[in-house]
Design a protein around this ligand. Structure first.
Ligand code: 13P
Length: 250
């Protein structure tokens, strides 16, 4: 049984004060079990987030990290330092980082290995453009992204890791993939993991859907066999909305 995940990705939104306000807003309202709740926040908010999550079911994620632990890399964030401050997950390979910051599959693979080495878990993002989907190339593209991202990751580590399928055309557009479209691709990703690893690893890895996910459509997507949760942008920033998402199964 895979425990579902409702993960927020705030992107470049909220300052530490707003982070604290969010934490105050969700206090005592997240499920204690049955669903894993995670918030991914900008680096400047992580100290506040970790302090506020302590003693609650909420887990914490950084939205990026570098693949070296330390050194002359001005402006980057150390995965070792993220672990030492108590971060649980790191989101990597988000389409915005690929598109605006030139992140390659190779960078993402190095980051995944560095995150695992530092006792955290990666949330590995993948997804196709509308153009690729319309050209019938989405499955090859997405499975290629995954194959490149997981190189050198052991089966045991991959089984604990998280993959997020986020079709680029559904991010921030209000245009959600239909539950069937999402299920179809998430299933293809799971099959790819089975072929790269084995059936047991494919059965354990949690695969999320992301793209205009909100309280109004979460139930339908979560009802699909292979979809283990959501990576949520816009609808994760308001406490009431995040609480509703986290309690999707109530
Ligand atoms: P939205 O939920 O705002 O569409 O963003 C999805 C996303 O990119 C999460 O990583």
């Amino acid at each position: 049984m895979r425990t579902p995940i409702i993960a927020g990705n705030w992107k470049m939104n909220k300052n530490p004060k707003e982070t604290q306000e969010f934490l105050d807003g969700i206090k005592g309202k997240l499920p204690e079990s049955g669903v894993e709740t995670i918030i991914g926040a900008p680096a400047i908010d992580l100290t506040t987030l970790v302090a506020g999550a302590e003693g609650t079911p909420l887990k914490t994620a950084a939205e990026n990290s570098y693949f070296e632990d330390a050194g002359a890399f001005t402006g980057e964030t150390s995965p070792k330092a993220l672990d030492e401050m108590g971060i649980d997950y790191v989101i990597i390979g988000h389409s915005e980082r690929r598109q605006y910051f030139g992140e390659t599959d190779e960078d993402i693979n190095k980051k995944a290995l560095a995150i695992l080495k530092n006792n955290m878990l990666p949330i590995i993002c993948c997804g196709e453009t509308l153009e690729q989907r319309e050209a019938g190339k989405a499955e090859d593209w997405v499975t290629g992204q995954i194959e490149n991202a997981v190189k050198g990751i052991s089966a045991a580590d991959l089984a604990k890791s998280v993959i997020a399928y986020e079709p680029i055309w559904a991010i921030g557009t209000g245009k959600t993939a239909t539950a069937d479209q999402a299920q179809e691709m998430v299933h293809v990703i799971r099959e790819k993991i089975a072929s790269l690893y084995d059936a047991d690893t494919a059965d354990k890895v949690r695969i999320l859907y992301g793209g205009s996910l909100k309280p109004a459509n979460v139930k339908e997507l979560m009802a699909k066999e292979d979809i283990d949760g959501g990576l949520v942008g816009g609808a994760s920033m308001d406490p009431e909305s995040y609480i509703a998402l986290a309690n999707f199964n109530k």
